[in-house]
Design a protein. Structure first.
Length: 218
């Protein structure tokens, strides 16, 4: 995690840490050298592939940050290798703020959040956005799964560093797939009970037609 801290803990941040009494803990995190860009492990790759959206932050020429949400089916963000993410970007409101920002400064921050499992991953990287037609082989690789819509460009992010956050204050929320999986046993049980009930009703109707009644149980 050292590289992430070296990027995030700017001189201004270190001064605030001094003021707030957390400088000693922060200093321990900075003792290791920044090192080379961090490679993603199977843990991070699996987490990213399992999500249906993330937040993408860039910085404009005026210094103002800009955050947008990117969503799609789980796996639409492809882990191309241990250092690179990629996805096909589809047409939206056609403001192109993020795309314009990347032409001036390729540094970005990505935030992946899984409400159901109360986990979050933050990532620093360098991003590029190019027309999909300029890289047909890569566009084909990113085509399944992808976000529905008209593909305009492909975005790649070269990972510089990442860090996991604790689960504090993440409200558990569950998507349709999570609920479907969780409720499957309940639905199966209800279906079984409905079949048993239907069979009992049919048997009772048969006995009634034949003019007999089942003997009461003692």
């Amino acid at each position: 995690m050292s590289r992430f801290d070296h990027i995030a803990f700017t001189p201004a941040v270190r001064r605030v840490q001094e003021e707030m009494g957390s400088a000693t803990a922060a200093e321990r995190r900075l003792r290791s050298p920044a090192g080379a860009p961090q490679p993603l492990t199977d843990t991070e790759a699996g987490f990213i592939r399992g999500l249906d959206g993330f937040l993408f932050a860039s910085v404009g020429a005026t210094g103002w940050p800009y955050v947008q949400f990117r969503g799609g089916p789980p796996g639409f963000v492809h882990v191309l290798n241990e250092r690179t993410l990629g996805y096909l970007d589809v047409r939206g409101n056609r403001q192109y703020v993020t795309t314009g920002n990347l032409r001036g400064d390729d540094r970005v921050a990505l935030f992946f959040l899984d409400h159901a499992r109360r986990a979050r991953l933050k990532l620093f990287g360098r991003a590029t956005a190019v027309p999909a037609a300029d890289a047909p082989a890569l566009a084909s690789r990113l085509a399944s799964p992808r976000t529905e819509g008209t593909v305009e460009q492909l975005v790649t992010v070269r990972v510089e560093a990442f860090a996991w956050n604790c689960s504090n204050h993440i409200t558990p929320r569950f998507g349709q797939d999570d609920l479907t999986a969780a409720l499957a046993p309940v639905r199966d049980r209800l279906a079984l009970l409905e079949r048993e009930n239907a069979a009992l009703r049919a048997e009772l109707a048969r006995l009634t037609v034949e003019g007999t009644q089942p003997c009461p149980t003692s």
